[in-house]
Design a protein around this ligand. Structure first.
Ligand code: ATP
Ligand code: MG
Length: 618
């Protein structure tokens, strides 16, 4: 074997690590033998750059819907990323454990998640007909393991984690590694005696995530989040702000408020005294089934015109009916009242009604509720106490004393000045209206800006839900049993790999940060079969490797220099060293060193090459 000074991790059959632990394949990686095929064209099913480029550059291949196989270059990057995540967790004092993904139903039944997880859960049976699942996340199992092992308050606080494959039957597996059905997550769980302990554990995880994402050079925004299917209270997400992300968040333009739109709370306007407000009047408004036709009509007719200004869509109250499908299979209609200038944001609605799922209210459904007149639905028939009996939740802007133009529950009729709290009452409020650029910040009132992001991490204060459901207690200092309070913290490891590729690519291909790159230097031999480039390139690669750098050597005979350069750009190793015409100059032999990220090129004397490349690689 080769001797590498100070090498921390020992060589293994498949690979080894440099002094910093970075993974490389034992020996110089050679393009001539590497299990790799680069593609000139984009795969047809790839919607986003990371997916397109990871496939084209020979890192991953699609194996199943939402499932990918890793080729050597991809696996080197994956293992680097996994190592960095592990180092950061270990540095924070969290201990690594490992669970199976194939789990029995019972613990998930005990917390209600066997059902609540809905269609996203992969359920299966063993040969005896016993129910199993492929775990989407592991709160139950960590709780049970701690129950098994920990007995006393003296063992707390405790934070444990694993890096493991998760399974979710995502409705829309898309964008390659960004949303898989089988993906790797680092999931941590904290156990504390009380709220202040939980806060300290939460803060420790938050700090570890900041350190991790800083190290990965991933841009991120920390936003307030909904806790979703997890249950629990305080929760924040780390979003990498990129347009390909599926999360939408807002950021205040003046204070430091930032939130996932799912978690944004609309400022509630102050109640208006209803005394003295004009009475509600029903008008004939023929052919006005949409907000636009309604606004045109009421502005156009003398008896409906506003006394001092034009009506706008924001003056109308639109009532949308959806069906909620609960995890137990029951279906319930729900009416949502919101200002007519805003649409229902399905993701906000889904977050509010989870674990139930909203579905469209179709013509068949209208037929079973004859008091609902399509296009003219008003609060008059809505609400638990009204003729339809349909639960009615309104946007927080529909506050006491606000007056609205809304449906009169008869075809071609609307009512003007229907006042909330005087003429109708809802069963509650709901945060389902879309959030817009320029909306007011709930903290300071300044305008907010809206952007999209990739959720790369999520931290939750779970509380006692899981510990209670699974009977986890520890003895306190008086010997009395107490229920610990928990936190749960996730990083999408494979998703982060794709996010790094999204953040660092250009028209030519991938651009890896050095720490996760599959090699430090890509040595490209660009010369004829009998030229001096081959021995010079071979020697350079061997010397770089001996100096502790991770090297990919393009030693292929067939492809032209042009093809080799294209492949090097596509593969995205941070430094490209071209051994070409320059080495033939006996008086002054040089190689060309190119920085993949900046495109800067520099001629370096052959005798200085190893020192130069070593310096820029550290
Ligand atoms: P999303 O809203 O994107 O579906 P989630 O909120 O359901 O994600 P969590 O349960 O918070 O996900 O999981 C922790 C982390 O695991 C997420 O922050 C994300 O980085 C990653 N993750 C979740 N689902 C997937 C997936 N289908 N593919 C890849 N990574 C995922
Ligand atoms: Mg999440």
């Amino acid at each position: 074997g080769r001797c590498r000074q100070g090498s921390a991790a020992g060589d293994t059959a498949t690979g080894a690590a440099d002094r910093a632990g970075r993974q490389y394949s034992a020996g110089v990686l050679r393009m001539s033998t590497l299990f790799l095929k680069t593609l000139r064209d984009d795969p047809a099913d790839a919607e986003v750059a990371s997916h397109r480029l990871l496939v084209r550059a020979g890192y991953i291949r699609r194996a199943a819907p939402g499932g990918f196989s890793w080729l050597p270059l991809g696996w080197l990057v994956y293992r680097n990323l996994e190592r960095i995540v592990r180092e950061e967790m270990d540095a924070a004092g969290f201990q690594e454990v490992h669970f199976p993904a194939l789990l029995p139903r019972e613990p998930y039944e005990a917390t209600g998640r066997w059902t609540e997880y809905g269609d996203n859960l992969f359920r299966l049976q063993d040969r005896k007909g016993a129910d199993f699942l492929l775990a989407p996340t592991h709160e139950e199992m960590f709780t049970l393991l701690v129950k098994d092992v920990v007995g006393s308050y003296k063992d707390l606080p405790l934070s444990i984690y694993q890096i493991q494959t998760k399974y979710r039957d995502e409705a829309r597996p898309r964008a390659g590694l960004l949303r898989g059905r089988e993906f790797v997550m680092k999931d941590s769980y904290s156990f504390d005696l009380d709220e202040s302990g939980l806060q300290a554990s939460y803060d420790a995880h938050r700090a570890a995530y900041i350190s991790l994402f800083d190290r990965l050079d991933l841009p991120y925004v920390i936003v307030s989040a909904m806790s979703g299917a997890m249950g629990g209270s305080a929760s924040e997400e780390f979003l990498a702000p990129m347009d390909v992300g599926e999360d939408t968040f807002i950021r205040c333009t003046s204070c430091d408020y930032a939130a996932n739109v799912e978690a944004v709370e609309t400022p509630v306007p102050a109640a208006i005294a209803v005394d003295g407000l004009a009475p509600a009047v029903v008008h004939d408004t023929p052919d006005t089934p949409t907000i636009a036709t309604l606004v045109d009509f009421v502005n156009g007719a003398a008896e409906t015109r506003h006394p001092t200004r034009d009506w706008t869509a924001a003056d109308t109250l639109k009532n949308i009916v959806v069906k909620l499908r609960h995890p137990d299979g029951t279906v319930e209609p729900l009416a949502i009242g919101l200002p007519g200038d805003r649409e229902v944001d399905m993701k906000r609605l889904e977050a509010q009604v989870a674990p139930a799922e909203p579905e469209p209210f179709g013509d068949d459904d209208f037929a079973t509720y004859p008091s609902l007149v399509k296009g003219y639905i008003g609060p008059g028939v809505l609400g638990a106490d009204n003729t339809s009996g349909i639960r009615y939740l309104v946007d927080p802007r529909v506050a006491e004393g606000t007056a609205w133009i809304t449906g009169a529950d008869r075809a071609g009729n609307h009512v003007i000045n229907l006042v909330a709290g005087r003429d109708f009452a809802a069963d509650g409020t709901i945060e389902a209206a879309e959030i817009r650029d320029g909306d007011v910040c709930p903290e300071c009132g300044s305008p907010v800006e809206i952007a999209r992001g990739i959720e790369i991490g999520h931290i939750f204060q779970l509380g006692r839900k899981y510990a209670e459901a699974l009977g986890l207690t520890v003895q306190d200092e008086h010997g009395k049993p107490v229920v610990p309070t928990m936190g749960s913290y996730g990083v999408g490891v494979t998703r982060c790999l794709a996010a790094i590729a999204e953040a660092g690519h250009d028209d030519l291909g991938l651009v890896w940060p050095r720490e996760v790159a599959p090699a430090d230097v890509h040595v490209v031999i660009a010369g004829k079969a009998d030229g001096p480039q081959i021995p010079a390139g071979e020697q350079l690669a061997a010397e770089l490797e001996a100096a502790g750098l991770r090297v990919l050597l393009d030693d292929r005979y067939g492809p032209s220099p042009g093809v080799k350069f294209k492949d090097a750009e596509l593969i995205g190793i941070p430094t490209i060293a071209i051994v070409g015409r320059g080495v033939a100059d006996d008086a002054n032999p040089t190689i060309e060193v190119k920085d993949r990220a900046t495109g800067e090129r520099q001629d370096v004397h052959l005798t200085d090459a190893v020192a130069h490349l070593t310096t820029i690689s550290h």
